[in-house]
Write a protein that binds this ligand. Structure first.
Ligand SMILES: [Zn+2]
Length: 479
């Protein structure tokens, strides 16, 4: 017990600098691969903590890493700091009020995710030094989680090759160890090219790329009946070929996001969608080019790690929210629909309690509705390194994901408390692993067993590069 109390104390002592980091990242919301200020803030604190730092991880200018400790196992704590477009929102108010019209906002709580993970890594660093333990801890600042798959590119570059165990968390309504389920996904464009023509005078000379897009969508909509029920396919027409109906559209693009329960299932479904696209091109006498943009593998669970992390949660208990936190959360709950609140409970098969604005319990291990899942780029990491994640309660029960309400709660005392709570659990898990080599071995053995016969095929092909941007001149000079 003393071991964990000691690590919790280190987290508490360090936490205020990390609340500030989270708040600063919240105040400068940056989206996929544009996280120049956020990653610079992370790098600054890593350096101030005395980590050996690296930037430009996997050639991505907004990915950073810090390492501390000597020998022993390498424990990675994964953080994120990207925001979402269109979610600009004032902090702390239970009313939709953008700060900048059309601006970005931290609608997934990644300001907390990054700062909390780094806080855990820093606490582990101090604990190792104080107790003369062998072991290395790394903080990975991973950009572009929201559709950017940066961790998949980082996996491809081999940056996790010498990591023994990876740990992460995500802000949530409830505290618990994640049911390790997410969908493998692949995002791609289908570009069609045809021939422009006067749509009335010479329609027979035109070959419509927009027709091809429409036929492809019809074909895929029929395909849905013959795919696994857990698979998902979504699309958006990103280029309809122009705005003039009297011109036969010579170009058109449709973007597809295909998701499936496992990596092999995903690869076979993507091949079928591609065949439909080829069929649409045949029918319309156009040409088609498939361009893969990004992709994530599904999460691979790890029972020894999940049990270890859940035991940490049982030991510490839920975050210590107070009446002021609950009263603020109630104001946010007043803006949710009853369905929002009900679905927050049903995701984990939990019985709703009357007047529970903030989580006051630990979700049982593996509670959850397996049909309600999205994708995460942590999935790709979990194929190459045994990985464990938790959810940490930081916002009101019922808060919709990617919403203005989630942004507005990102700097509240409850958010800070939830973040420090998650850091204690992650740091405790890391120390438990470092002190118990048998646990690391058990996690590795289970990982190997789970993947037996299924080699990792990165859903990001080798020739696809992350859409990185040059470092803005003003920031480069300031560094
Ligand atoms: Zn997220």
């Amino acid at each position: 017990m003393q071991i964990f109390e000691a690590i919790w104390e280190i987290v508490d002592k360090k936490s205020s600098a990390y609340f500030d980091l989270s708040d600063r990242v919240w105040e400068t919301p940056e989206i996929n691969y544009e996280e120049f200020r956020s990653s610079a803030e992370h790098l600054r604190l890593l350096e101030a903590e005395g980590f050996k730092t690296e930037r430009n991880i996997a050639g991505i200018p907004t990915a950073v890493m810090g390492e501390a400790g000597e020998d022993g196992p390498v424990i990675a704590v994964l953080g994120e700091y990207d925001a979402l477009p269109g979610l600009s929102q004032e902090a702390g108010v239970a009313e939709q009020r953008p700060v900048v019209a059309g601006g970005h906002g931290h609608g997934c709580g990644h300001n907390l995710l990054g700062a909390g993970s780094m806080l855990a890594a820093a606490a582990v660093k101090d604990y190792l030094a104080k107790n003369g333990l062998k072991g290395r801890v790394r903080y990975y600042g991973c950009p572009a989680e929201e559709g950017g798959s940066s961790k998949g590119f980082m996996v491809r570059a081999g940056v996790f090759d010498d990591v023994d165990i990876a740990i992460s968390w995500h802000p949530a309504a409830f505290s618990g160890v994640n049911n390790p389920i997410s969908l493998a996904c692949s995002e791609m464009n289908f570009h069609f090219s045809g021939r422009a023509s006067h749509a009335a005078a010479t329609p027979h000379l035109g070959r419509s790329a927009l027709d091809a897009v429409e036929l492809m969508n019809v074909g895929v909509n029929f395909l849905r009946e013959h795919m696994p029920t857990t698979a998902r396919i979504h699309y958006a027409i990103t280029d309809a070929g122009g705005s003039a109906p009297n011109v036969v559209q010579a170009h058109a693009t449709v973007r597809y996001l295909v998701r499936a329960r496992t990596l092999p299932e995903l690869l076979s479904l993507v091949a079928r969608v591609k065949r439909v696209a080829e069929g649409a091109a045949w029918m319309t006498e156009t040409t088609m080019r498939q361009e893969i943009i990004s992709g994530d593998a599904n999460l691979v669970g790890n029972e020894p790690l999940e049990e270890c992390m859940h035991a940490q949660l049982e030991r510490l208990g839920p975050p210590a929210f107070d009446e002021a936190d609950r009263s603020t959360a109630r104001k946010f709950q007043a803006t949710f629909t009853p369905e929002d609140i009900a679905s927050s409970y049903s995701r984990f098969n939990l019985k709703p309690k009357k007047d529970e604005p903030l989580c006051d319990r630990i979700v049982p291990l593996y509670a959850g509705d397996e049909s309600m899942v999205g994708s995460t780029d942590v999935g790709s990491v979990s194929w190459v390194v045994p990985t464990v994640q938790m959810r940490g309660a930081t916002y009101a029960i019922g808060t919709p994901g990617h919403s203005w309400q989630l942004v507005a709660q990102g700097k509240l005392p409850a958010a800070h408390k939830g973040m420090a709570h998650a850091a204690k659990i992650m740091a405790g898990t890391a120390i438990d692993l470092i002190r118990n080599p048998a646990l690391v071995e058990a996690a590795k053995a289970e990982h190997k067993e789970r993947l037996d016969g299924n080699p990792f095929v990165n859903p990001i092909p080798d020739d696809v590069m992350p859409p990185i941007l040059p470092v803005p001149a003003a920031l480069d000079a300031a560094e």
